[in-house]
Design a protein around this ligand. Structure first.
Ligand SMILES: *[C@@H]1O[C@H](CO)[C@@H](O)[C@H](O)[C@H]1NC(C)=O
Ligand SMILES: *[C@@H]1O[C@H](CO)[C@@H](O)[C@H](O)[C@H]1NC(C)=O
Ligand SMILES: *[C@@H]1O[C@H](CO)[C@@H](O)[C@H](O)[C@H]1NC(C)=O
Ligand SMILES: *[C@@H]1O[C@H](CO)[C@@H](O)[C@H](O)[C@H]1NC(C)=O
Ligand SMILES: *[C@@H]1O[C@H](CO)[C@@H](O)[C@H](O)[C@H]1NC(C)=O
Ligand SMILES: *[C@@H]1O[C@H](CO)[C@@H](O)[C@H](O)[C@H]1NC(C)=O
Ligand SMILES: CC(=O)N[C@H]1CO[C@H](CO)[C@@H](O)[C@@H]1O
Ligand SMILES: [Zn+2]
Ligand SMILES: [Zn+2]
Length: 372
């Protein structure tokens, strides 16, 4: 009797796992550049997951407007509104107003609490699915003491997850693997190798592709919709990817996006007409989360939560480097001092990636133990 139930349970678990993986499984699509995306995949009116929010532009406290509840869900998802037992209402209440204010602070906007145009533009941008405020602990600007009332004077903007999880000192050489079901090409894998290099360059960490996906420290996969970790993807645009804090090591990307793999133009100007997300830009950001970084309010930082369609942003900013080195220390092999000319250095660095690939031997010195 008992063993029968036991077996039944196991079978049920299998069925659940199997069916959920079928549902969430669709092969991701990759394109060499924006012009190679077929028109049938381009939304006709820049439609995206959060398109319904457009009509909320100009709304402010006290109003009752359809779809406000959806916006509250958005703010809840990214950590700005605490859990409630009941469903959200369509009333623009003080809870929403204070969420909007906090959001505006985090994104360097005027903290008016109103859904003005610049706030709306920011909200509608595709972004990382990791919350800006994790477990109610405020990170980004809103959690930082500012010396004056203007947020621009704060010094450091990078953040960590609550309790600062990081990879322990005995795990500095990390392996990564790709979900075999995605059948990724070498071109796509190379994008991730480059993205990892951008972090190993500044830290004592090394990253190598492991032979076995299941045994790798860092597991990378493309999934659609609900894929079993409670964090659904939402189709084209909206959330693009998410990753978990150490030591979970999961990096998931939305396979419904049009991913651009090797467009080397390196333009920072986003094109609003097409939806094309630069894979390496998103990968570099998510790896930051895998290593323990939270979101940053510095717009040039890799760890800034949003990125525009067509935008390529792959170089670590000084803010990212300061954040990651606070967790792991510096790369003993890297002479690179972060002088005032950091920005210029970065410009030329991008072209040396293949050279850096070879330069991977890192001597570990155990003096970065921050003993926190
Ligand atoms: C885009 O990629 C296609 C296919 O590889 C190629 O034929 C085309 O020249 C590329 N266009 C640009 C602008 O690089
Ligand atoms: C929020 O509520 C959902 C369901 O109501 C629950 O699964 C989740 O754990 C809650 N999250 C927090 C942070 O309390
Ligand atoms: C919340 O909304 C869902 C679907 O709209 C509904 O099924 C559910 O009963 C609602 N829950 C509460 C507590 O109102
Ligand atoms: C913030 O408000 C000031 C003064 O009202 C205005 O000049 C500025 O453009 C506003 N900034 C944004 C991002 O809306
Ligand atoms: C990582 O690899 C380097 C070079 O292969 C080695 O010297 C070092 O001891 C390793 N570090 C750890 C923590 O295993
Ligand atoms: C560091 O830089 C100095 C001068 O630029 C150079 O002589 C030295 O070899 C470098 N050391 C390493 C480990 O790269
Ligand atoms: C993404 C999408 O819905 N694209 C559609 C845009 O409109 C053309 C013609 O009406 C359709 O063929 C596309 O499928
Ligand atoms: Zn993120
Ligand atoms: Zn996931």
């Amino acid at each position: 009797m008992n063993t029968f139930h036991h077996k039944l349970n196991i079978i049920l678990i299998f069925i659940t796992l199997f069916s959920s993986s079928i549902n969430s499984f669709s092969l991701p699509h990759f394109f060499p550049n924006i012009s190679s995306i077929p028109p049938s995949l381009l939304p006709n009116n820049t439609a995206g997951t959060w398109d319904a929010f457009h009509k909320l532009s100009g709304c402010h406290s006290g109003q009752h407007v359809p779809d406000i509840a959806k916006l509250k869900n958005y703010f809840h998802y990214f950590g700005y509104i605490r859990n409630t037992t009941s469903n959200f209402t369509d009333e623009f209440d003080t809870t929403l107003e204070s969420a909007v204010k906090t959001y505006q602070q985090n994104f360097n906007l005027n903290a008016t609490g109103e859904l003005d145009e610049s706030t709306m533009n920011q909200i509608l941008k595709p972004r990382c699915g990791v919350a800006d405020i994790v477990n109610g602990a405020t990170t980004m600007n809103s959690g930082k003491p500012s010396p004056s009332s203007t947020i621009h004077n704060t010094v450091a903007h990078y953040s960590f997850f609550p309790n600062r999880p990081r990879w322990p000192a005995r795990r500095r050489n990390l392996t990564y693997g790709f979900d075999p079901r995605n059948q990724l090409s070498d071109d796509v894998k190379r994008v991730f190798a480059n993205a990892f290099n951008r972090w190993s360059e500044w830290t004592p960490l090394t990253f190598t592709e492991g032979k076995n996906y299941f045994r790798s420290d860092l597991k990378i996969g493309f999934y659609a919709g609900d894929h079993g970790d409670g964090e659904e993807f939402d189709g084209v645009l909206g959330t693009l990817a998410h990753a978990f804090a150490p030591p979970r090591g999961l990096l998931h990307l939305d396979s419904d996006e049009n991913w651009i793999v090797n467009d080397l133009i390196g333009s920072r100007s986003g094109s609003g007409a097409v939806t094309a997300m630069d894979l390496e830009s998103v990968a570099v950001h998510e790896i930051g989360h895998l290593l323990g970084l939270g979101h940053s309010s510095v717009e040039d930082a890799i760890m800034f939560p949003t990125i525009s369609s067509g935008e390529r942003k792959v170089e670590l900013d000084r803010d990212d480097v300061e954040g990651i080195q606070e967790l792991y220390g510096t790369n003993p092999d890297n002479n690179g001092t972060m002088g005032p000319s950091f920005g210029e250095r970065e410009m030329s660095r991008g072209y040396c990636d293949s050279v850096l690939l070879v330069k991977r031997m890192v001597l570990i010195v155990g003096l970065m133990l921050l003993a926190s």
